[in-house]
Design a protein around this ligand. Structure first.
Ligand SMILES: *Cc1c(COP(=O)(O)O)cnc(C)c1O
Length: 341
C-alpha cells in the first residue's frame, strides 16, 4: 500500500528510536527535562523567537496560542478554510470562548490588509473587539500553498496597526521556507507567535512547537497545563523531535515528488492537478465522472491510499516514507484504477 493520506503517516527512523531510548529525561512540569529544554531552545532559534514550548499536537499548540492571545468574548479573524476554524472541532469557541469571524481569502488563503481592516471590530459597548488574527502557512486546505513573506507581513502589519496580535499556524511553515527559499526567521518576522509540527514532513512520531516571546511562552505554559498538555519525562518523545529538526532541507525531496505526482496525474484521462507549491497535491476527478470519494475508494482498492477533500477533489501528500519509485508505481496504479472505474 502506498500511503498519501498525510505526511503524518511516517514511522520513526531507527535513529529516532535509539534517541528515544537514550534520551536524558526529567520532570518537564518542573522544566527539569534537559532534552525538552534543548528542543525548545533550538526550535525558538530556528523560528526566530525568544522561547518555545513543546506541545503534544499542532491542534493543541494553536488552541493554546488562541487562548493565550485573547480574552473571553473577543473575535478572531481567519480565512474560512483555516485549519484553526475548519479542522479543530470548534476549539476556538469551546476552549477560548472566542468567536471566529471568517474571511474568504481566495486561492492563496491569506487576507489582504484591506480584508483585515474590514474584518476588524473595535471594542465598544455593543461589540466585543477583535483579539487575534490567525494566518496559515503553508495553507493546508488551499492545497499546500506557500504564502510569501510579503503577504504574511502585509496582513500582520494591518492587524498590528489596529492593535491586534497575529498567530501563525505554521504546521508546515518549514515547507513554505524551503519552497520559497526564505529563512524561517524571515517568514515569522512580523508575527507574534508561531506553531509548527515536528510530526509531519520532519518525520517525528509526536509533537509540535509553539514559539513566541518569553512573556507569551510563560503564559502559554499555564494554558498548556490547563489543557492537559503538561507532561513528565517527555524527553523520550522530544529526542526524536531534535532529530526531526535535521530534516528541514530534505522537504525539497517531498516537493519534487509532489510535482512529479501532479504532472503524472495530469496525464491520466479525466484527472487534473494544479502544479503544487509544496508537498500537497490536489487532484480533480470531475472529468473522469468520479466524485472524490469514488476516486479514493477505487485507488485504495488498487493499493494507493489518499483522502477525498471535497466533492470532486482528493488530497495527496508526499512525505519521508514515499520516494520517486513509489510515486511512479502509484501513478500506474491510479491510471489503471481510473480506467476501470
Ligand atoms: C496538521 C495541521 C494542524 C494540526 O496538527 P495536529 O498535530 O494534527 O494536531 C494544524 N494546522 C495545520 C495547517 C495542519 O495542517
Amino acid at each position: 500500500m502506498i500511503d498519501f493520506r498525510s505526511d503524518t503517516v511516517t514511522t520513526p527512523s531507527d535513529a529516532m528510536r535509539e534517541a528515544a531510548r537514550d534520551a536524558a529525561v526529567g520532570d518537564d512540569v518542573y522544566e527539569d527535562d534537559p532534552t525538552v529544554n534543548e528542543l525548545e531552545a533550538r526550535a525558538a532559534d530556528l523560528a526566530g523567537f525568544e522561547d518555545a514550548l513543546y506541545v503534544p499536537s499542532g491542534t493543541m499548540g494553536n488552541q493554546i496560542a488562541i487562548r493565550t492571545h485573547t480574552d473571553r468574548g473577543q473575535e478572531l479573524l481567519c480565512d474560512e478554510q483555516a485549519h484553526v476554524y475548519k479542522w479543530e472541532l470548534g476549539g476556538i469557541p469551546q476552549l477560548s470562548q472566542v468567536q471566529p469571524r471568517i474571511l474568504d481569502c481566495g486561492d492563496r488563503g491569506v487576507p489582504t490588509a484591506e480584508q483585515v481592516r474590514d474584518g476588524f471590530v473595535a471594542e465598544d459597548l455593543h461589540r466585543p473587539g477583535t483579539g487575534l488574527l490567525c494566518l496559515e502557512n503553508t495553507h493546508n486546505s488551499r492545497g499546500g500553498v506557500a504564502v510569501p513573506k510579503a503577504d504574511i507581513d502585509e496582513a500582520a502589519a494591518a492587524a498590528h496597526d489596529l492593535g491586534v496580535p497575529v498567530h501563525l499556524d505554521g504546521a508546515r511553515f518549514l515547507n513554505a521556507c524551503v519552497a520559497l527559499d526564505t529563512e524561517p526567521t524571515e517568514l515569522t518576522a512580523e508575527v507574534d507567535s508561531a506553531m509548527f509540527c515536528l510530526s509531519k514532513g520532519l518525520g517525528a512520531p509526536v509533537g509540535s512547537m509553539l514559539a513566541g516571546d518569553a512573556e507569551f511562552v510563560e503564559r502559554a505554559r499555564r494554558i498548556r497545563k490547563l489543557f492537559g498538555g503538561a507532561m513528565r519525562q517527555v524527553g523520550l518523545i522530544a529526542a526524536p523531535g531534535l532529530l526531526a529538526l535535521e530534516n528541514v532541507d530534505r522537504l525539497a525531496d517531498d516537493h519534487a515528488n509532489a510535482a512529479r505526482l501532479a504532472a503524472g496525474l495530469n496525464e491520466v484521462d479525466g484527472l487534473s492537478a494544479p502544479e503544487p507549491d509544496t508537498n500537497i497535491v490536489m487532484v480533480n476527478s470531475e472529468a473522469a465522472g468520479l466524485t472524490g470519494e469514488e476516486l479514493s475508494a477505487a485507488c485504495k482498492e488498487a493499493g494507493v491510499k489518499f483522502h477525498a477533500f471535497g466533492e470532486d477533489t482528493c488530497r495527496l501528500c508526499t512525505h519521508l516514507d514515499v520516494d520517486e519509485g513509489d510515486v511512479d508505481e502509484a501513478l500506474d496504479l491510479i491510471a489503471a484504477a481510473v480506467a476501470d472505474a
